[in-house]
Design a protein around this ligand. Structure first.
Ligand SMILES: C[S@@+](CC[C@H](N)C(=O)[O-])C[C@H]1O[C@@H](n2cnc3c(N)ncnc32)[C@H](O)[C@@H]1O
Ligand code: SF4
Length: 382
């Protein structure tokens, strides 16, 4: 199989401390320790080995259009390690000159000089995990950083020359009132980031918050926060294009994440990383890949596993992604990526239209504002 261009996700599984709400594959370093340079070096080599194995087993070639180094906390890595990683990737698979190359950074784990070196290594988009500008909220979230470091990280990113920045913010935080959430947004907007990801805090199984739930805002307050927050983002010229994603203009949307939501293919390397690959010959198959989760096991052996998405599950998998987009998707895109006829969706579309949750226009299917609000219920109609 060959591709003209695709996406690569790289997972870095370590953090300074594990946040009590986080269910990502992230592991705390021993208290007071930084990442051991030997482990960092071994991990970079294993990532490249992982990529080699993927390229060989899926017979892939072409250029990388989007690269996303996520975590965990990739900014714990030294700039030399990021440079070595990008050089190694480029030697195996050219990174297109126009490629979007994002790195997730936590306030407190990077300074201006390090950001400048990340940029020199080829990173052209930074995603900063701000979460909130309130020290009270940051403490309630168990974050290691404070308000001052959040501000310093954004200023350092700009000073290092990054002109494509995403800020992650969360709302619905313990004890948060609508005004507090609005203050966080207003402060973020002051920096005119190109992109904002505004997530409602969710309580996930296997987290500390799941076992000892903090006192979260009541449903009515959440609805109020949602309403005024969306209005605030809109008033400041940020277009919502996905449930939690807002960009200053369509060119500034996250290309890497758009590929996920459009059910595109991607490789995933690193501990616990997921990938999705479509094979065309001799059979059309959509395959999900995964690598060993525990960092220590991954360092010993990548142990890739894969499973085919059964044909009957393809419509739901596609819709779970495609309907998250405000613009929805072209029905022709459904056909192209799943190789299923559009008629597979006839009953779903009819049921959604009857409830006023779906609308179709010029071959494009999207959720209505009401359907978007009840996305989970909408997806049960499939
Ligand atoms: C994969 S995390 C990693 C980013 C980075 N390590 C950090 O935390 O700053 C990406 C983002 O997901 C969001 N997130 C993580 N857990 C969440 C949860 N339980 N509910 C809502 N958003 C969450 C946070 O905004 C976080 O910045
Ligand atoms: S820093 Fe980010 S990835 Fe690490 S534990 Fe906290 S939320 Fe999870």
């Amino acid at each position: 199989m060959s591709h003209s261009g695709f996406s690569l996700y790289v997972h870095v599984p370590w953090c300074e401390r594990k946040c009590p709400y986080c269910d990502f594959n992230s592991h705390a370093l021993p208290a007071g320790h930084t990442l051991d340079p030997e482990i960092e070096q071994a991990y970079v080599l294993q990532l490249l080995n992982d990529l080699d194995l993927d390229l060989e087993s899926h017979n892939l070639s072409g250029e990388i259009d989007t690269l996303f180094i996520g975590g965990g906390t990739p900014s714990l890595f030294s700039s030399d390690a990021i440079d070595q990683l990008l050089t190694g990737i480029h030697q195996r698979l050219p990174i297109a000159s126009h490629a979007e190359c994002t790195l997730e950074a936590n306030p407190g784990s990077s300074d201006h000089a390090k950001f400048a070196r990340f940029r020199a290594a080829g990173i052209n988009r930074l995603s900063l995990g701000i979460q909130s500008f309130s020290d009270i909220a940051l403490t309630a979230l168990g974050r290691v950083h404070h308000r001052d470091e959040a501000i310093a990280a954004i200023e350092s990113a700009r000073a290092a020359g990054f002109n494509n920045i995403n800020l992650d913010l969360m709302y619905g935080l313990p004890g948060q009132l609508p005004d507090d959430a609005l203050k966080d947004l207003a402060e973020a907007l002051n920096f005119r980031p190109e992109h904002i990801s505004w997530y409602q805090l969710t309580i996930e199984p296997n987290t500390v918050f799941y076992r000892t739930s903090p006192s979260l805002p009541h449903e009515n307050l959440l609805l109020e926060i949602d309403k005024i927050g969306l209005q605030c983002l809109k008033d400041h010229g940020y277009q919502r294009y996905e449930v939690s994603a807002f960009a200053r203009n369509p060119q500034l949307r996250s290309k890497h994440n758009l590929n996920y939501w459009q059910f595109g293919d991607y490789l995933g390397i690193g501990a616990g990383a997921h990938g999705k690959i479509t094979t065309h010959a001799p059979h059309h198959r959509v395959i999900r890949t995964q690598k060993t989760r525990a960092p220590q096991h991954y360092l010993a052996a990548v142990n890739p596993s894969q499973r085919q998405i059964e044909t009957q599950d393809l419509p739901l998998e596609f819709l779970m992604n495609g309907l998250r987009l405000v613009d929805g998707f072209l029905l022709s895109q459904f056909e192209a990526t799943t190789r299923l006829p559009v008629s597979t969706l006839d009953d779903f579309i009819k049921a959604g239209e009857t409830r006023g949750w779906l609308t179709r226009d010029n071959g494009q299917l999207r959720a209505t504002p009401r359907g978007y609000h009840f996305l989970d219920s909408l997806l049960t109609l499939i």
